[in-house]
Design a protein around this ligand. Structure first.
Ligand SMILES: Nc1ncnc2c1ncn2[C@@H]1O[C@H](COP(=O)(O)OP(=O)(O)OP(=O)(O)O)[C@@H](O)[C@H]1O
Ligand SMILES: [Mg+2]
Length: 403
């Protein structure tokens, strides 16, 4: 039996993996110097499915050959058209998982992991999970363990609280997880049980995530450019030449980078082809633009906690995960509702993969477990009707160009 374990958080936009050797603490796997492998897959000239940097580079030139979001495609359809070839979505997912497994194995002397855990959204159906397991099989992982993403995040929080000497760490009280990823926001309320955490209420919006925040910043930039002079902007978006497509893709990447930078800094500058000067966007304007949608996502968190029959003071912690939860208004909005600061991990994206391999502190008392079981039926019923949708920002940018 191999001495190491692997966990993979296959994300809509990025995939993160963690490795744990025997009883050591789990560590994130670096691929191409990053803990975040783009989940994008792109078909090359020889009909191979590329991943990582090579896929990103090719997709920037040939967006029609790329599937930007294989996880979403796996959920929604059995095949996609890449260029003129039909590719099974299980193959797309398998390409990403194969890359991750291969990189992790290479870092462990070529041996196979003794245990492999795949995380997944809490609301995936048995059929969705079957397709994920099939993709894992094609990546050489025959018997993966499956773990809901918020359960993994809660495990990370509990283990991290213990490791940092926070003995209380929420104790055995329920935990709420707010996960703002690239394409979705997922919320779960979990109760501690003898062998881990169990989701008792889940909700989310499959159509709201970090890329909508990109779109908000893009619209601020667009409005500024149109106010100054609409002509260069119109030319940039109307030009069918590859060079203009490349400029648009480049601008989209810079908008994403600027959005991420606004989590750290107060001002960003963006140059737009055709305009002599850089445009300036202040953090305050960006926050004003994104707060309504983020507030709606936090209102959903509140409703989910209510559906679970709880109040903020019942919660041991509210764990923020997903890389987009670094956006400052998220912690502010959650903190205002909660009456205290939520828990934002140092690396909120990696928390899911790391948590999937984390050990848990001591289990709760039997009384807590009985109470949880009694509430289960009503809570699951509530969860089933808890889907939330917000209007998408208008799609001025070709979605293929994003990420
Ligand atoms: N520092 C940052 N500040 C704000 N947003 C960020 C930051 N870093 C990354 N993001 C955004 O986080 C999003 C990606 O989040 P993440 O990698 O957690 O998603 P995912 O796991 O792929 O998606 P999902 O959980 O929806 O399947 C992107 O929109 C990215 O731009
Ligand atoms: Mg995620």
């Amino acid at each position: 039996m191999s001495d190491w374990s692997l966990a993979i958080d296959f994300g809509t936009c990025f995939t993160t993996a963690a490795v744990r050797v025997e009883a050591d603490v789990a560590a994130a796997v670096e691929i191409e110097n990053s803990r975040y492998l783009p989940s994008l897959v792109c078909l090359d000239d020889d009909g191979r499915l590329l991943t990582g940097r090579a896929a990103v580079q090719l997709a920037a030139q040939w967006p029609e050959r790329a599937e930007q979001h294989p996880k979403r495609a796996l959920l929604r359809q059995s095949a996609v058209l890449l260029d003129d070839r039909e590719v099974a979505t299980v193959e797309l997912a398998a390409a990403v998982l194969t890359r991750v497994v291969g990189e992790a194995r290479a870092q462990r002397g070529g041996t196979a992991p003794g245990r492999a855990v795949l995380t997944h959204p809490a609301d995936w159906s048995p059929g969705d999970l079957e397709r994920l397991v099939e993709a894992a099989g094609r990546a050489g992982v025959d018997v993966p363990e499956l773990l809901p993403e918020p359960v993994a995040a809660a495990r990370f929080h509990a283990a991290d609280a213990r490791a940092t000497g926070d003995r209380e760490g929420g104790g055995d009280r329920p935990i709420a997880v707010y996960d703002l990823g690239g394409g979705t926001v997922d919320i779960a309320v979990l109760r501690r049980e003898a062998d881990g955490f169990r989701a008792v209420a889940v909700a989310g919006n499959p159509d709201f995530g970090g890329r909508d925040l990109d779109q908000a910043l893009f619209e601020l930039l667009r409005d500024r450019a149109l106010d100054l002079d609409p002509e260069p902007w119109r030319r940039l978006w109307a030009d069918p030449a590859p060079a203009a497509a490349h400029q648009r893709a480049q601008l989209a990447r810079e908008v994403t980078l600027a959005k991420e930078s606004l989590s750290e800094t107060g001002t960003v500058y963006l140059a737009v082809p055709g305009y002599p000067d850089r445009f300036v966007v202040q953090g305050g304007e960006y926050r004003e633009a994104v707060v309504p949608a983020l507030a709606a996502s936090v209102a959903l968190l509140e409703r989910t906690v209510v559906r679970a029959g709880l109040t903020p003071s019942d919660l041991g912690a509210v764990v923020l995960c997903g890389a987009a939860s670094r956006t400052p208004p998220v912690a502010d909005l959650v903190g205002t509702w909660l009456g205290r600061s939520p828990d934002l991990a140092a690396d909120p994206k990696a928390a899911v993969a790391l948590g999937a391999l984390a050990d848990l502190p001591a289990p709760p008392t039997p009384a807590d477990t009985e109470e949880a079981t009694a509430q289960e039926a009503t809570e699951q019923e509530a969860a089933a009707s808890s889907r939330w949708t917000v209007a998408h920002y208008p799609d001025e940018v070709d979605p293929e160009l994003w990420f």
